[in-house]
Design a protein around this ligand. Structure first.
Ligand code: AMP
Ligand code: GLY
Length: 425
């Protein structure tokens, strides 16, 4: 089977690393990929949202399956694009159709879905430009801190948490009036703040049955002790110790099953990964958000713990025979630490020469924002998040110690990372 994997982050390098372990794979292509995915397959210089270009590549390379890493192509309808075209409709696309990807593409859609199906989540209301006054009134009924969310995709930046009512009122007005997040903030949600510890739960579904994959916790803030601005994610661990059997039973009964039943009831044909962004509020799980894909950097910890053949598993999604599969998981802990560029998550450096990867022993190195300089053969930084180092260990501390030992061997000018991944567990 020939597979085309879309995306260019650490998630995609981890998926590529896993896909090539399958005897079912013939050729792997990655579009656009990064300097790391080159060692797993052939990078194609194509954006993951260039649908006509992707169609061309699919025909040229006789692709049988397209695995979609990031949310943008899904929310833009890449699966529907394939289904609508007789030339490529036979190709298996792993990822939901546009309507189903709305669970991530519109927070208002997701919230309505959760309320309709009794899935625990924060109280909220949605407002547009014509309802600013009502929004300000709703804010007054809530306790601080205040959660404001742009309805649409905003590259992970669309959520603002405000400590004071005054600040929340200002930001809310700016989001709507000044289109702070462009089209994404045409509608803004005001949400009740939930206090607890977050985790990410992943499900793979073929629309009929589902399998729960290992859960993970990611560390979104740039600074030690979860301080400073949000990033795409500075590290992850899996499993999550507080997600014991009793907690995961609540997650499955109160959240996963009602979500699956809700999708069926609403006639939403969902296939692919569902990422449940959850928060544990005094032992009870609530949904913060749905995503229509795997998480990054969670994937870098989750995929190395999955014992199954991933090509086989994804094939079962496409053929709707997932019920015949059994997920088996490595019981060890995985710990991922992300190395980022100076300045990230603000304006950051690029083009720095990366050295030392060959010194790494006993860890996996997944590239994120890297690019190969084809004339010099050097690997250069090319993004905010540059490289993820993942290790497996008998304990979380063992896994973390191994990742940190290896992280010191990878160097580039301005390299930064968090030294306290897993600190709260
Ligand atoms: P999201 O983009 O929806 O994942 O939100 C980004 C982050 O904002 C989440 O990971 C949470 O840390 C935080 N957040 C979002 N909604 C809430 C909420 N209702 N209560 C507390 N924190 C929240
Ligand atoms: N790590 C969070 C995300 O992928 O959205």
């Amino acid at each position: 089977m020939n597979i085309l994997l879309l995306g260019s982050g650490g998630r995609e390098h981890a998926l590529a690393w896993k896909l090539i372990q399958s005897p079912l794979l013939t050729e792997l292509y990655i579009a656009p990929g990064n300097a790391g995915t080159r060692s797993a397959g052939t990078n194609l210089p194509l954006s993951a949202t260039d649908f006509p270009g992707i169609k061309q590549a699919v025909k040229e390379h006789h692709i049988d399956m397209v695995v979609v890493g990031p949310e943008d192509p899904l929310v833009l309808g890449i699966h529907d694009f394939f289904l609508a075209d007789p030339e490529i409709r036979h190709v298996q696309v792993i990822g939901p159709v546009k309507q189903a990807a709305m669970l991530e593409g519109s927070k208002d859609f997701a919230k309505k879905f959760m309320f309709r199906h009794g899935i625990p989540t924060a109280r909220y209301q949605t407002f547009d430009k014509s309802a600013i006054v009502s929004g300000l009134n709703f804010l007054q009924t809530l306790e601080p801190p205040y959660v404001l969310k742009a309805d649409g995709l905003a590259a992970g930046k669309g959520v603002i948490i405000c400590e004071t009512l005054e600040n929340a009122a200002d930001e809310f007005t700016r989001m709507l009036k000044d289109s702070m997040f462009g089209a994404a903030s045409q509608k803004v949600l005001i949400e009740e703040f939930l206090r607890g510890i977050e985790l990410s739960v992943f499900v793979l579904t073929d629309g009929k049955s589902y399998k729960i994959l290992p859960e993970a916790k990611d560390y979104k803030k740039i600074g030690t002790g979860d301080t400073g601005p949000n990033t795409g994610g500075m590290g992850s661990v899996s499993p999550v110790p507080f997600a014991d059997a009793a907690f995961m039973k609540k997650v499955e009964e109160r959240i996963i099953r009602p979500t699956m039943k809700g999708l069926l009831a609403d006639n939403i044909a969902y296939s692919g990964f569902i990422f449940f962004g959850l928060i544990n509020v005094s032992g009870d799980p609530f949904v913060i958000e749905y995503n229509c894909r795997l998480g990054d950097p969670e994937t870098e910890s989750v995929i190395p713990r999955l014992n199954n053949d991933l090509v086989q598993l994804l094939g079962s999604v496409a053929s709707q025979s997932l019920h015949l599969e059994t997920i088996t998981v490595d019981p060890r802990f995985a710990a991922t630490v992300m190395v980022v560029s100076k300045g990230y998550p603000g304006i950051y450096d690029k083009g720095k020469v990366i050295s030392g990867e060959e010194q790494v022993k006993g860890s996996m190195v997944f590239h994120a924002g890297t690019i190969l300089n084809t004339s010099t053969g050097q690997v250069l930084s090319d993004g905010g998040r540059v490289i993820a180092v993942t290790s497996l260990g008998e304990t979380m501390d063992d896994a973390l110690a191994q990742s940190y030992e290896n992280i010191h061997k990878i160097n580039f000018d301005g390299k930064n990372f968090r030294g306290d991944i897993g600190f709260d567990l």
